[in-house]
Structure formats: structure tokens, C-alpha cells
Design a protein around this ligand. Structure first.
Ligand code: UDP
Ligand code: MG
Length: 309
């Protein structure tokens, strides 16, 4: 590795963040200087319509270690991060939001873990300063991600994270379209650690995630990482059919012993049974559709950590 290569790259997605950028520039530069290692910042302008780009341009003019990549329109935070990762040259690659909700001053904590050989280090916002609703959604998504990836960290959604070069290179090789970085990173495994980080309320502007966008993103994430929702259909069908069948048995039993007393129940039983069977058949079809979906994602079957030869 030649001396021009930065030890550490910090990727920052920026979408209409002009009011806070000056402070971001100043605090981030100070925090990175404190590491006494060559560094670069890759600010990805995700189609901002305010003065963000001009400000980033001026940071670049002052200091060439601030690199700026401008996307042609707004592609979303996840795409902006991947764009930044593809430009990052550092041995360690970190990411951080531009809104100063997480603290650039916490970067050394993550750096220390990476330097110690971690493949991924994630911030954990112990005192998270977001609305209750946001925290509730995050809790659900965290649990879901944990369940399907088998990967347990407290705060999948924390925007302060760091990765080894190996992990970043692997992530960039994935070709599936619907990308959630914490999920991709979780899939790659390796040595993962967490560090507690500070969190503040957003001081400038509002969150870029409206209620609709938040739900959309959550739904996108859920459907991009498993076919479990599809599999639930068949399961639901099975439960319905069994319920209908059990009710039918009861109706038959009463009928044989006491006569035709449960006419309404017999119709309900038939309804449950038949709709359950239909759902089960749909579930079977979903299973095939799900498999096609998995195949098209072309995720790697395994990932090598190291060869001891
Ligand atoms: N962001 C982006 N593109 C988008 C939305 C957000 O690059 O379409 C950036 C935004 O500028 C910020 C980060 O992603 O740096 C997180 O956004 P925000 O603070 O609105 O998310 P929240 O903290 O509410 O989850
Ligand atoms: Mg924020």
C-alpha cells in the first residue's frame, strides 16, 4: 500500500443538509486529524437541491482529503452509501450521517476496534434521541433482522459503522438490487463488535424519512431479506384448513349423536376448510416464486474469512 492510500475512508451521504454542513466539516476534520493516520472523507451528494453541493465543493477546495461524489438525482441513503463505498480507498471504511445526530468525535472508538482486527464495528445509540414511533419501528426491524440473519447486535440502524476492506470489497461484489447495508454486512459474517455511541436530536432540518418513506423502507427491507412473508401464506392456509377440519369433525359427531343441530357451524367449517386449502395451494406457489426470487438475488453461497495454509 503506497503512502497516498488513506488508512481510513469515511463515507457521508448528504441530502439537503446545508444548514449543518459547516459544523459537520469542522468537527469531522478535527476528529479524523486526531487519529494521526491518513484519511479521506467521501461525501456523496444524493441529489440535494439546497446549497449542500456548493458547500461540499468549497470543503474540497480547502482540503483535498474531502472528496465529493454527486449522484445524478436522489437515489436514497442506501444507494448513496454504496456509491461512496465504491470510491473509498481506505483500509477501513466508516460511514456516518451528515446531520450530526451521531458524533464525529466517536469515530476513534470505531477506528480502535477496526485496527484491532474487527471486520465490522457498529455503533449502539444507547440514549437514542428520536421519536417513540421511530424507536418502535427500529425495534421491530432490529428483531426481524436478527431473526432472519441470526446476527445479534443492538442497533442495526445506527448510521455510525465501520468495516474492514475485506468486508467492503465483498459487499460491493453483491449484485442484488434491494440493498440494506447492515443486512449485507450481517450476511458476510466475520468478527463483529459494538461500541456505545452518543446520539443527539436533529438540530437542522427534518428527518428525510416521512412516515410513508419509513414504512416503505421497512417493508422493502423485510421483503428483501427473506421470503418469510410468502411462506406465512401457506402456514395461514394450513391453520385455516385444520380449524375447518376440526369444526367439521365436531359437526359430524353431534350430527351422529343428536341429529342435525349445527347447520350454521357446518357451513362455517366448510368455509374455513375450503379457503384454507386454497391458501395452502397459493402458499405452495409462493414457495416456488420465493425460490425464484432467491435465485435471482445471486447472493454468495459462502464467504471465506481466511485460508490457513
Ligand atoms: N440521506 C440521503 N438520501 C436520502 C435520505 C437521506 O443521502 O434520500 C442522508 C441524509 O442526508 C443523512 C442520512 O442519509 O445524512 C440520514 O438521513 P436522516 O437523518 O434523515 O435519517 P434519520 O436520522 O431520520 O434516520
Ligand atoms: Mg438523522
Amino acid at each position: 500500500m503506497n503512502t497516498d492510500t488513506p488508512k481510513l475512508s469515511l463515507v457521508i451521504p448528504v441530502f439537503n443538509e446545508a444548514p449543518g454542513l459547516q459544523e459537520l466539516h469542522q468537527r469531522t476534520t478535527a476528529a479524523l486529524e486526531g487519529l494521526a493516520q491518513p484519511w479521506e472523507v467521501i461525501a456523496v451528494d444524493d441529489g440535494s437541491q439546497d446549497a449542500s453541493l456548493e458547500m461540499l465543493r468549497s470543503f474540497r477546495e480547502q482540503d483535498k482529503r474531502w472528496r465529493v461524489v454527486r449522484l445524478s438525482r436522489n437515489f436514497g441513503q442506501s444507494a448513496a452509501l454504496y456509491a461512496g463505498f465504491s470510491y473509498a480507498r481506505g483500509e477501513y471504511v466508516l460511514m456516518m450521517d451528515a446531520d450530526l445526530q451521531v458524533f464525529p468525535e466517536d469515530i476513534p472508538l470505531l477506528y480502535a476496534k477496526l485496527a484491532d482486527g474487527c471486520d465490522m464495528v457498529s455503533g449502539w445509540r444507547v440514549n437514542r434521541r428520536d421519536s417513540l414511533f421511530r424507536k418502535a419501528i427500529s425495534l421491530l426491524l432490529n428483531r426481524y433482522t436478527e431473526k432472519v440473519t441470526g446476527f445479534k447486535i443492538h442497533d442495526h440502524g445506527c448510521s455510525l459503522k465501520g468495516f474492514s476492506r475485506r468486508l467492503v470489497d465483498n459487499m460491493l461484489q453483491f449484485s442484488h438490487r434491494c440493498r440494506y447495508l447492515p443486512v449485507d454486512a450481517a450476511m458476510l459474517g466475520g468478527r463483529v463488535e459494538e461500541v456505545e455511541v452518543r446520539h443527539a436530536e436533529r438540530r437542522h432540518g427534518a428527518s428525510k424519512y416521512s412516515l410513508f418513506k419509513l414504512l416503505r423502507t421497512g417493508f422493502d427491507m423485510v421483503t428483501s431479506i427473506t421470503i418469510m412473508p410468502l411462506q406465512l401464506i401457506g402456514l395461514l392456509g394450513g391453520l385455516c384448513a385444520i380449524t375447518g377440519f376440526a369444526m367439521g369433525l365436531r359437526v359430524l359427531y353431534i350430527r351422529l349423536l343428536y341429529g342435525n343441530l349445527l347447520q350454521l357451524e357446518s357451513v362455517i367449517a366448510a368455509f374455513f376448510f375450503l379457503s384454507g386449502m386454497q391458501l395452502m395451494v397459493t402458499g405452495l406457489m409462493c414457495e416456488y416464486v420465493g425460490r425464484i426470487y432467491i435465485e435471482t438475488q445471486r447472493k454468495p453461497l459462502f464467504v471465506i474469512q481466511e485460508e490457513l495454509e
